[in-house]
Design a protein around this ligand. Structure first.
Ligand SMILES: Cc1cc2nc3c(=O)[nH]c(=O)nc-3n(C[C@H](O)[C@H](O)[C@H](O)COP(=O)(O)OP(=O)(O)OC[C@H]3O[C@@H](n4cnc5c(N)ncnc54)[C@H](O)[C@@H]3O)c2cc1C
Length: 285
């Protein structure tokens, strides 16, 4: 058993999370934390509901950056005109999360804090170079999402800290971002593999901007700079996308070694990255 309390502001949530008399955890959509408590005794005495804190529900442009509150749900991301225009990979990922009930409740902050290797929200955030803004009793700190997530279900979040929002710079006007997911089923599928990718061309028609972030591949989510380097300066073609896909597979195998799933994953990642890049560079039929 555990207690429940709803916070009305970030200040109140942080005070409740740091109450020395009660071990508390944030509750956003509950689609991870409430599933976990069904499998064993909770490691907390109280859930602090942050799902309706107004400051954590904002989606807006601030100067050259996009600001997304950590309690924004997938449905809110999907419906945001601003994000449709500036963060296509995040919108596409949100469309593929669970079913409507999960999309209506699950949040981006919960996805990052839970840090599942198969998460769909995190590769787009890393692809967009997003920074998480974190509040505690000591004040504010900021951490790139790629550094905040340190491994499967592991983050550099300290007890009592609350992710309040994410920011990321708007992509260059020539750039486009996409998200693809390979699951066992189309709906309600936890990703077996996914990839967020972005790219753009210079005036000479050659690639001058590239980001490739496969999910569910390495123990530490990161941009595949090896693939990005291979793309920069080249003219986009289906052959180049194939070469980039093969390089993504090579990078994964080099990092993880060969295991029972490698035979499938290497081929699947190759195809997924190649397909994502063909979409980025408008090479799809
Ligand atoms: C049927 C089903 C299908 C699913 N399908 C997918 C899928 O396709 N893709 C996918 O990626 N995930 C999927 N999930 C997992 C889940 O829905 C997502 O990870 C979701 O984003 C979690 O967000 P939440 O708001 O529900 O988090 P919660 O369950 O509320 O919280 C998760 C964890 O994060 C912490 N937390 C929450 N918010 C914050 C914050 N702002 N700051 C600090 N800590 C915080 C909580 O204390 C808890 O430890 C699925 C889950 C279910 C049950």
């Amino acid at each position: 058993m555990f207690d429940y309390i709803r916070a009305k502001s970030i200040d109140e949530a942080v005070a409740l999370l740091n109450d020395p008399h009660c071990v508390s955890r944030p509750l956003a959509g509950g689609t991870d934390v409430l599933v976990q408590v069904r499998h064993g005794p909770p490691s907390f005495q109280r859930l602090v509901d942050i799902s309706r804190v107004p400051e954590m529900k904002i989606i807006e442009q601030r100067g050259d950056e996009i600001y997304i509150g950590a309690a924004v749900t997938y449905t809110e991301i999907i419906e945001s005109r601003l994000l449709q225009e500036t963060a296509t990979c995040l919108v596409e990922a949100s469309r593929l999360v669970g079913g409507p009930a999960i999309a209506n409740a699950g949040t981006l902050g919960g996805n990052v804090a839970n840090a599942a290797a198969c998460a769909d929200g995190t590769p787009p955030l890393v692809c967009l170079d997003a920074v998480a803004h974190i509040r505690s009793l000591n004040g504010w700190r900021a951490a790139p999402v790629a550094e905040l997530i340190t491994g499967p279900h592991q983050t550099a979040l300290h007890r009592g800290e609350l992710i309040t929002h994410f920011t990321f710079p708007i992509l260059p006007s020539s750039a486009r971002s996409v998200f693809l997911k390979l699951g066992r089923r189309n709906a309600q599928a936890i990703a077996r593999l996914n990839v967020a990718a972005a790219g753009g061309l210079g005036a000479d028609g050659r690639i001058n901007f590239a980001r490739v972030v496969p999910g569910s591949t390495l123990s530490h989510l990161r941009r595949f700079v090896e693939v990005e380097t291979l793309l920069i300066g080249e003219a986009p073609s289906t052959e180049l996308c194939e070469t980039a896909g093969a390089e993504a597979g090579r990078v994964m195998v080099e990092a993880t070694g060969r295991r029972w799933s490698t035979e499938y994953k290497e081929i699947a990642l190759h195809g997924l990255v190649a397909c994502a890049l063909r979409r980025v560079f408008h090479l799809e039929n």
